[in-house]
Design a protein around this ligand. Structure first.
Ligand SMILES: [Zn+2]
Length: 260
């Protein structure tokens, strides 16, 4: 009987306590940081692809900084308008990052060789250095972060990257070879695209809810593919607007590395 009375008194007191003080409540959740890992900038038909232009316009309208994965050989072909477009993004705070030199793959006796998977060390080092040097020469930008085409690498890639101390960050490293680079891993469930090239807000949100307590989410997308169907870009916009509502902080790979 006494216990029942005690409970009867205790419950309203608890409620009162919860309403009037923050002492027993959960600390507010810190929203994660988010890197928009946007891949595949090429010089195409004498232009920056319209998919890139619309994504940058949208992000700029919200004062969000994205990142741009540049394919190095585009810097051999591009014109001054192309270089200036990239330099303007860099000045706005976008990170221009190393996304290979040729983004190419070919078959040798039924084995697929990719730019950084299956090539020897010398070829990988040469390819990495070419993009790094072209960015310095044509853009005046020192690239600081790397993400392989197709996210495909092997044991030589880590050794080749070790030859380039200016590159500090490696996104989506998928082997367990040791490296001196700062790693930004992939969380497969949290992506912009499901499957690749198809932004999907609902699937993104489900993955985000599962991993929102992570300190950093690196989410990948391909802006060139989002002009193919209007709905793709609309889904991307929904993802970004949701993240803004969640009050995440948008950061760049190198920016995140520097604050670590
Ligand atoms: Zn790519």
């Amino acid at each position: 009987m006494y216990q029942r009375i005690a409970l009867f008194i205790a419950v309203p007191m608890l409620l009162l306590t919860n309403c009037n003080t923050t002492k027993n409540s959960q600390p507010p959740r810190t929203p994660p940081m988010v890197i928009l890992k946007l891949d595949d900038l090429w010089f195409e038909d004498g232009l920056v692809h319209p998919g890139w232009v619309q994504v940058v316009d949208f992000l700029n309208s919200l004062e969000i900084k994205g990142t741009i994965g540049i394919v190095g050989n585009s810097l051999e072909e591009g014109d001054s308008a192309y270089f200036n477009w990239i330099k303007e993004r860099h000045a706005e705070g976008y990170e221009i990052w190393h996304h290979g030199f040729c983004h190419c793959r070919h078959k040798e006796e039924d084995i697929e060789i990719r730019e950084y998977r299956g090539e020897d060390l010398a070829a990988q080092t040469t390819s990495l250095l070419k993009t790094q040097q072209l960015a310095e020469e044509k853009l005046g930008i020192t690239l600081r972060s790397f993400g392989a085409p197709y996210n495909s690498t092997d044991e030589h890639t880590a050794s080749a990257l070790a030859e380039i101390p200016d590159l500090k960050v490696w996104m989506y490293k998928e082997t367990d070879c040791s490296t001196d680079k700062f790693l930004l891993p992939r969380i497969a469930e949290v992506n912009i695209e499901y499957p690749v090239h198809q932004p999907d807000f609902e699937q993104f949100k489900a993955g985000y809810e599962q991993f929102k307590n992570e300190p950093i989410l690196v989410i990948q997308g391909h802006p060139r593919s989002w002009v193919e169907e209007e709905s793709r870009f609309e889904e991307f916009k929904r993802i970004i607007l949701f993240l803004v509502e969640e009050e995440v902080t948008f950061v760049t790979p190198y920016g995140y590395y520097l604050r670590e």
